[in-house]
Design a binder for this molecule. Structure first.
Ligand SMILES: [Zn+2]
Length: 265
């Protein structure tokens, strides 16, 4: 009995030590995650993609929690994004990727996310696999680009605790190319940023800007911002994106419960 108690105490002490050194206080000097930065485009190519890639590389260096590798060409996509090669990574970030991307095994890629990997989509990432029925990729990311307008908008911060939005005020005013999404269902996602009126107008409405969601065990984060170089260089946008990356990689915790589901509980 005494021996059992000692063993129990030893276990409890070890568990407490683990809790102290757990993910919440992870040593940032020792990168634990590997993020693949994907910048391949088949259709429209944003001029800001190269800036975006540089910014993500800078953020990785500053943060220290993850390192980056890149897929910039069709050949690199064929080599680094097979189901087997993806096992080398903990997550991907799609920077304004457009069109029917030449993924060597799209279903294998989606299944890989479902095993608990991170997916970060920026701006035109919802313009990939766009058109002609609802693609499984669109179901994974949670929205599909429909059209856009350049406007100065007030983004409403719907979760001031989430890593992607905790550094933003309740309202964040930005000027960017604003997306209208289709095949987006608010009940399926956890909203982070939205608009309550038509971009560039005053008619009331609901327009999603950034959200996160689970995909199997995977963490999906998407922000529609990031059209211009100026946006990529905005420190607030960088904090927003870095929070989303860290959350998707499991470096930081954040709620992904759809708000509608939460309201019913
Ligand atoms: Zn754009």
């Amino acid at each position: 009995m005494k021996k059992n108690m000692m063993r129990f105490l030893a276990g409890a002490i070890a568990a407490a030590a683990l809790a102290v050194s757990g993910p919440g206080c992870q040593a940032q000097t020792n990168p634990s995650k590997k993020l693949l930065v994907v910048t391949v485009t088949v259709e429209y190519r944003h001029a800001s993609i190269e800036t975006g890639k540089k910014v993500v590389e800078e953020l990785a260096k500053k943060d220290g929690g993850f390192t980056v590798d890149s897929v910039a060409t069709d050949a690199e996509m064929a080599a680094k994004m097979t189901a087997t090669a993806l096992k080398n990574y903990d997550g991907v970030i799609f920077i304004s990727t457009t069109g029917h991307l030449p993924l060597p095994d799209k279903q294998g890629f989606l299944d890989w996310i479902k095993t608990g990997k991170g997916f970060v989509g920026v701006h035109a990432a919802t313009d990939a696999f766009h058109g002609g029925g609802v693609d499984p990729y669109i179901q994974m990311i949670g929205g599909e680009f429909q059209t856009h307008t350049v406007a100065r908008v007030d983004c409403i911060n719907e979760d001031t605790n989430h890593p992607a939005t905790k550094n933003l005020d309740k309202t964040w005013q930005v000027t960017d190319e604003i997306y209208f999404q289709k095949n987006f269902y608010r009940d399926n996602v956890h909203m982070l940023l939205s608009l309550d009126k038509m971009p560039g107008g005053s008619q009331p409405g609901y327009f999603p800007i950034a959200w996160c969601k689970k995909y199997g065990e995977g963490n999906v984060f998407y922000t529609a911002l990031g059209h211009t170089d100026e946006m990529w260089r905005d420190p607030k946008f960088q904090q927003h994106l870095l929070g989303g990356i860290r959350w998707s990689l499991g470096l930081e915790k954040g709620d992904a419960t759809p708000q509608a589901a939460k309201a019913n509980n």
